[in-house]
Design a protein around this ligand. Sequence first.
Ligand SMILES: O=C(CO)COP(=O)(O)O
Length: 215
Amino acid sequence: MFILVNLKAYPCDPVEVATAARDVADDSGVRIAVAPQAAHLSQVADTGVETWAQHVSPNDYGSHTGSTLAEAVAEAGATGTLLNHSENRMKLADIDASLDAAGRADLETCVCANNPEQIAGVTALGPDSVAVEPPELIGGPDPVSDADPDIVRNAVEAAAAVDDDVDVYCGAGISTGDDVAAAGDLGATGILLASGVAKADDPRAALEDLVAPLR
Ligand SMILES: O=C(CO)COP(=O)(O)O
């Protein structure tokens, strides 16, 4: 299982979380990546942890004020990017163009979607992975793996029907190792989480709990 920690715009210390994630990944052998704010990418990448951007713009170099170029996040040390997060939804054509931009910069890609129907649609665009995250469960106490297991099962099935080379992750409310194990049992090959680590009093302990069943 791949554990992708999205720090969103939470007021946590990105380097503290990144250092803990690096150590827990090294110790456990579990693949863990951290997706900080764009301005923190270099600091996070300097810890040695696998580093992802939260978004890249659909455009190339040029007159695009305020954009986050795929090339720039790669130069800052990112090796992957989220796209179309529930809190940063994109038009279909822009997801497609951002996937092209990520490809030019050699970034791994994970496109988020609300439900299995959208998962099928974004899988057709050819990302490396997709992540199903029901918006109503994001940031809440109930893990998607318990609260809506069918959405995960159906997302796995929907993606496989389009392209079975695309990995399917799930997220929303995941915060414990039991949640990670349950997501794996439903067919997900990774999880996307945020508050369970970024808002934890002890992010290192939270990460250790997440990987415990995977050791
Ligand atoms: O949106 C998410 C990850 O990108 C999920 O957030 P939570 O883990 O806080 O529910």
